[in-house]
Design a protein. Structure first.
Length: 255
């Protein structure tokens, strides 16, 4: 097993990622999500690990684990947490550490409001401000403006998605769908459904973690049977997700 540093250019800045090479029969590469936009063609069997809804009290544990495993992650940030009166300063420090360690920090909006609801309730300018306010905060903390937006719950009208892409320059994530071609599915998000097991984890951590492991493994197996070899996995900043990743990543490495 070899760990080799590589650099990729994206929208005028240099991105570092750690690329892990194995035999052709097992998972080949771990990449950050923004890196994939500038890596073509992607190696077969690529995993992009993304973590939503932080940074919160578990963030440092995730960072320690990813750094221990030398695996890059992409964090989609709910930016109001960076202004929290009790924890905001610490979260900003941790976010900067994550950025400096080579992880990607991307936009999950400031307040996590569903676009489908708030476009009607508050109007387009309010929603745009919620997005841009988050991007500005991330740039203030890391020095780098995010380029990828994951709409909360993937709830976004197509006309608004097109406007964000054309007028604001965002890459806007969408949820995976089996009704489109394998090529179109490559950059789409694979929802692991970890929150569905969260309450069960509070009662029986081992059982809930095993269920999430089984679901994630089944999702990847099904996608690969359908010809999709790149997987943008969506987890949340939960102890359950961390426990699952502690089992999944070594498994993916060993084949």
């Amino acid at each position: 097993m070899r760990f080799l540093p590589m650099e990729f250019s994206f929208f005028g800045f240099r991105k570092a990622c750690r690329v892990i090479f194995f035999s052709a029969s097992v998972l080949a590469v771990f990449l950050g999500l923004a890196v994939t936009a500038r890596t073509a063609p992607l190696p077969e069997r690529t995993i992009i690990i993304t973590i939503d809804d932080g940074p919160k009290i578990y963030f440092e544990r995730f960072l320690d684990f990813f750094n221990q495993e030398q695996v890059p992650a992409t964090f989609f940030v709910m930016c109001w947490r960076l202004n929290d009166t009790e924890t905001g300063v610490k979260m900003r420090e941790l976010l900067l550490s994550a950025h400096n360690e080579g992880h990607e920090i991307e936009n999950h909006t400031y307040g996590h409001g569903r676009f489908g609801i708030y476009l009607e309730k508050k109007g387009k300018n309010w929603v745009l401000n919620d997005i841009e306010r988050c991007s500005a905060l991330i740039k203030e903390v890391t020095g780098m403006r995010p380029v990828i937006l994951r709409p909360p719950h993937w709830d976004i009208p197509e006309w608004f998605r097109a406007e964000l892409v054309q007028n604001k320059g965002y890459i806007v994530q969408a949820r995976d769908s089996s009704v489109i071609s394998a090529k179109e599915r490559v950059p789409r998000d694979v929802d692991t459904g970890d929150y569905a097991f969260h309450e069960g984890y509070l009662k029986n951590p081992g059982e809930a973690t095993a269920k999430l492991l089984k679901r994630t493994q089944a999702l990847i197996k099904k996608r690969e049977a359908e010809g999709v070899k790149v997987h943008v996995l969506v987890f949340h900043e939960l102890p359950l997700a961390l426990d699952a990743l502690k089992a999944l990543i070594p498994e993916w490495k060993s084949g």
